[in-house]
Ligand binder design. Structure first.
Ligand code: PSU
Ligand code: MN
Length: 306
């Protein structure tokens, strides 16, 4: 394998890839910037266990000491979780700086996709995707995650996107960029904490086999870019829509008042929403991630069979 000279795989991930075993990439911005310590570390370790339980090898992605990494030790996960926001949040544009300086980085969806593709990992499961922010017609705040989905051949499983984003515009953007958006067992883009958003997706799928077949076909057709699967939060963990909408509105107002923007916007809004809802939104967030990584492992297992 001709791997990027900046990339290190753990022996387990390298062996799985070499022998065609299913592998699921996992991101680290969710650990350092998306959840508080110690829940972040506990969740990241549990996520790896769930991936294994569902028949795949987990590859948590980060930058450690300037090295791109696919697969981390539990000690490294603990380190990223403990340092939290002191670790740089790394999207595509940040990667060369952090690598050249030999620093640590927590990878976003975009950066995790890049590392996964370099390693030869096709499936990546996480919580929420970045997208077109509300008010983007003025701020132009559109996550690099969307461009990455247009360019990089990785299948991303998420619980949709939080309403801190403009979900309608996010779907329009993905359509323009030619990114297939599939609803897993649903006709709607899930809204992260709740199962429905009111925004339809074009294609509903109901089995991991269907998802794997569509992704394999996309690649065989030579169509560049990735694909998005929206997997709704399990009913029993979903939040009341009025409660979460009110929290999001309050968080957006606070961000506006404090002049928060750019790469700080998403972590700020996530933390505010969690604060306003007490532990409730965090508990939901953790459960939907577990649900997504289990599905990711099953899709990876199907892809490995094709
Ligand atoms: N949405 C969530 N949880 C997250 C993120 C988004 O519900 O943790 C993180 C992901 O790492 C995503 C990033 O890739 O935020 C998007 O940041 P930005 O909007 O700055 O591109
Ligand atoms: Mn942004």
């Amino acid at each position: 394998m001709d791997l990027c000279e900046y990339l290190d795989l753990t022996p387990e991930v390298a062996d799985a890839l070499a022998t065609g075993k299913p592998v699921v990439a996992l991101e680290s911005t969710i650990i350092s910037h998306g959840m508080p310590y110690p829940e972040n570390v506990h969740t990241a370790l549990e996520v790896e266990r769930i991936v294994r339980e569902n028949g795949a090898v987990p590859a948590t992605v980060a930058i450690i000491g300037g090295r791109l990494r696919a697969g981390l030790t539990p000690e490294e996960i603990d380190y990223l979780g403990k340092r939290g926001r002191e670790v740089a949040k790394v999207s595509r544009r940040d990667m060369p700086v952090i690598v050249a300086r030999g620093e640590d980085g927590a990878t976003t969806v975009a950066a995790t996709m890049i590392v996964a593709a370099l390693a030869g990992i096709e499936v990546f499961a996480t919580g929420g995707l970045g997208g077109v922010h509300r008010g983007a017609e003025k701020t132009m705040d559109i996550s690099a995650d969307l461009e990455e989905l247009a360019a990089t051949p990785v299948l991303v499983i998420c619980a949709g996107a939080k309403a801190i984003l403009d979900l309608g515009l996010t779907l329009e953007y993905l359509e323009t960029k030619g990114v297939p958006v599939l609803g897993y067992g649903t006709d709607e883009l899930p809204a992260f904490y709740s199962r429905e958003s009111g925004f339809g997706v074009d294609y509903r799928v109901d089995t991991p086999e269907e998802v794997a077949a569509i992704f394999r076909t996309k690649r065989q057709l030579g169509l560049v870019g990735g694909m998005l699967v929206g997997n709704p939060i399990p009913e029993e963990y979903a939040m009341d829509k009025a409660v979460i909408d009110a929290a999001i509105d309050a968080a957006l107002a606070e961000a506006d008042a404090q002049g928060i923007h750019g790469k700080d916007a998403t972590p700020f809004l996530l933390a505010k929403v969690a604060e306003i809802t007490g532990g409730d939104s965090l508990a939901s967030n953790i459960r939907l991630v577990y649900n997504n990584v289990a599905l990711g492992a099953r899709i990876a297992a199907e892809l490995a069979r094709l």
